[in-house]
Write a protein that binds this ligand. Structure first.
Ligand SMILES: [Fe+2]
Ligand SMILES: [Fe+2]
Length: 392
């Protein structure tokens, strides 16, 4: 794929590779900086420092096209909302519930050991997807986490650069918004055509996809992908949407498990990112002066003084932890008849069974959140029908 080998030593190999990496992260505007300034420094220094220096007023820099068809004047910091004569603003349709500081910090990487063949298939598919993503986004061997301990490892010998992180996160978040929408859509259609209740699943699934899209939009305000990455996103969505569609029709249970494992990886990834920021491996993002985009402040209602990149990724990680717990739990339920425990009100005295998805990486078992129905009493033997007598 496009960024093979870029991570080893960008300037040592060739400035063309630096350009390629920059474009993959949507940094075509900075191409002259990448070529002329970055060497022997790394791409992140040249590109991100410019963003830091002038987040709202980037000078126009003529760029020659190599891997990007995105011209400089098309690059913007934000997607400006359309100004209309009457509308003042359009707030988020799904208000984010918010997290306490304690909740943000209590999120930990976790893993649900596969218990069925379906679980095992889902788990292996996710691991395969992770391997392919590492390959596609040019993550070098020394930058990969310990592959022998895939359920716990969040540390690599060498950190990623800001540009590499942006490539990876934008690609992954564009994919992550698909499953919730597919599942919600299919359950919606099922309810319509079978004339049956859905029991509260659709809203949670659609909200999940909305939340993932907000992750993507937030990252997009930091870097707009070049045409190559946009093409990758287009192709990946085509494949992934159809795969999710068929998979959910065949086995919603396995599909929710697959998403649960995908979200485990997301929590791992963001935990690693937060760690690298805290260690100062990403100097520009570690800088408390690097404020997060306005769209993030509005959506998560980030309080004053809590608007650093570390804070932003703590919120996103907590969201991923919720998706992880929700999908593992939904996979454990009876798909057609159980209510969604995350939006349900519980009977008096049973409130303790209401789940908190972020707290349980492996999800809740059905017995914990729905309860065990008492075995139905054996019905009294009915009198044999006249027909039965005939055959007796
Ligand atoms: Fe996400
Ligand atoms: Fe997620």
């Amino acid at each position: 794929m496009m960024s093979f080998g870029v991570t080893k030593n960008i300037c040592g190999r060739s400035s063309k590779q630096a350009v390629r990496l920059g474009h993959a992260a949507g940094l075509s505007l900075y191409q002259p900086y990448i070529i002329g300034v970055a060497c022997p420094a790394t791409v992140r220094v040249a590109t991100i420092s410019h963003h830091l220096a002038a987040p709202r007023q980037r000078p126009f820099v003529a760029s020659t096209r190599t891997f990007s068809t995105t011209t400089a004047h098309q690059l913007r910091d934000v997607f400006p909302p359309k100004d209309t004569p009457f509308v003042r603003k359009t707030p988020p349709a799904w208000k984010h519930p918010g997290y306490t500081e304690e909740e943000l910090l209590s999120v930990t990487p976790g893993h649900r050991p596969p218990q069925t063949v379906g679980d095992w298939i889902a788990w292996k598919l996710v691991r395969l997807a992770r391997w392919a993503t590492d390959l596609a986004t040019g993550i070098g061997r020394e930058q990969q986490v310990d592959m022998k301990n895939p359920t716990t490892s969040v540390v690599a010998a060498k950190p990623l650069t800001e540009a590499q992180w942006l490539i990876r996160l934008i690609f992954l978040e564009s994919i992550a918004g698909v499953p919730g929408m597919v599942a919600g859509m299919l359950r919606h259609l099922h309810s319509l055509r079978r004339l049956k209740r859905d029991n509260g699943w659709i809203e949670t699934l659609l909200e999940e996809s909305y939340n993932e899209r907000m992750h993507l939009l937030t990252l997009m305000t930091i870097s707009e992908p070049g045409w190559f990455m946009k093409t990758m996103i287009l192709g990946a969505q085509g494949v992934f949407f159809n795969a999710m569609f068929l998979s959910y029709l065949v086995s919603p249970r396995i599909t929710h498990r697959f998403v649960g494992y995908l979200e485990e990886e997301a929590v791992h990834t963001y935990t690693r990112l937060i760690r690298e920021i805290e260690q100062g491996d990403l100097p520009k993002w570690s800088d408390p002066g690097f404020e997060v985009p306005e769209i993030a402040v509005t959506y998560w209602r980030l309080p004053e003084g809590k608007r650093t990149m570390r804070d932003l990724f703590l919120y996103i990680r907590a969201d991923e932890a919720v998706h992880r717990g929700v999908n593992h739990t939904l996979s454990n339920l009876k798909q057609k008849e159980d209510p969604n425990p995350f939006v349900s009100e519980y009977k008096v005295g049973q409130e303790g069974h209401k789940p908190n998805a972020a707290l349980k990486p492996e999800g809740y078992e059905r017995e914990e959140v729905i309860g065990v129905e008492p075995p139905s009493a054996p019905s009294a033997p009915s009198a044999p029908s006249p027909k039965a007598y005939l055959h007796a």
